[in-house]
Write a protein that binds this ligand. Structure first.
Ligand SMILES: Nc1ncnc2c1ncn2[C@@H]1O[C@H](COP(=O)(O)OP(=O)(O)O)[C@@H](O)[C@H]1O
Ligand SMILES: [Mg+2]
Length: 264
């Protein structure tokens, strides 16, 4: 891996653009008799932070996996505007290797990419930069069992970011954490995304929290029960930082709550 310094990258603007990045076209995904996604179409634009919201089991994780090409559609397709786009995937569980210190967990994708070659000093420096970025600079040598749940998720985020993704797919990334930790990590994620210190420009995040979706994203896509279809596509144009108590985000939260309950 190149020694990519965390220099400012002017091209990594996080302002939403009109440029299509990921086009989901008439997507259908099935597992045997279970249809997880049915005739789903929408486009994510470059620079957008999009939240995917929907009831448990409706097909949200399946959609993220389809975008990452980890599941194959039964019909329809997903088109990335740039085939060289780097996609980072962060799962709900941190999935750290217990026998590896934090720094070595963060280095794992680099080692896999090197396929047997040994990581060098610049890779280790870069891993340290990633740990600094997520606020774990002092825990490079700690083992997973010595980290709190929130710290483990930070380490998992650093491990995702070391591959320098353009687009980040987050599956309920901080969903298992207590509310205060989750809010703090959500704020840090926005900070990292807006900092211009990484290549990252576009985020697609699964959540089941309406207020989290509205306070974080430029756009909230609400799904129906399984099979996932589009129930509503809501633009959130309020300035950041936002609080769910603020009047504009507050009214959008109420509107989505009504949609989720099936009313209008
Ligand atoms: N690998 C799989 N094999 C069989 N069924 C699956 C698989 N993955 C997901 N499903 C089913 O597809 C549906 C959607 O699952 P999922 O995408 O995980 O939902 P969500 O993330 O919205 O909670 C569920 O009914 C689930 O049981
Ligand atoms: Mg899921």
């Amino acid at each position: 891996m190149n020694a990519v310094a965390l220099a400012n990258r002017p091209e990594a603007s996080t302002l939403p653009t009109t440029e299509p990045l990921v086009a989901i076209e008439n997507l259908k995904v099935r597992f045997g008799d279970v249809v997880a996604i049915e005739d789903l179409s929408f486009t994510v634009r470059r620079g957008e932070f999009v939240s995917l919201l929907g009831p448990s089991g409706c097909g949200k994780s399946t959609l993220l996996k389809a975008i990452a090409q980890l599941v194959t559609p039964a019909s329809g397709k997903i088109v990335l505007s740039d085939p060289n786009l780097r996609v980072g995937f962060m799962f709900q569980k941190p999935l750290l290797l217990p026998w590896r210190a934090t720094l070595d967990n963060v280095l794992l994708p680099v080692e896999i990419q090197l396929g047997g070659s040994v990581v060098d000093v610049t890779d280790r420096q870069r891993a340290r930069l990633m740990l600094d970025l997520v606020g774990l600079g002092d825990f490079a040598d700690a083992y997973p069992h010595q980290l709190s749940g929130g710290m483990q998720q930070r380490a998992a985020l650093a491990r995702t970011l070391i591959s320098d993704p353009d687009i980040l797919l987050l599956d309920e990334p901080f969903g298992a954490l207590d509310e205060l930790t989750r809010e703090a990590l959500n704020e840090e994620l926005i900070r990292i995304w807006q900092s211009g210190n990484t290549r990252l420009h576009t985020i697609i995040m699964v959540t089941h929290s309406i207020s989290e979706a509205v306070t974080m994203s430029d756009r909230v896509i609400v799904f129906t029960d399984r099979p996932a279809r589009l129930a509503e596509d809501v633009q959130v144009r309020c300035s950041r930082p936002r609080a769910p108590e603020d009047s504009e985000p507050g009214s959008i939260i109420k509107r989505i709550r009504t949609i989720v309950k099936g009313g209008r």
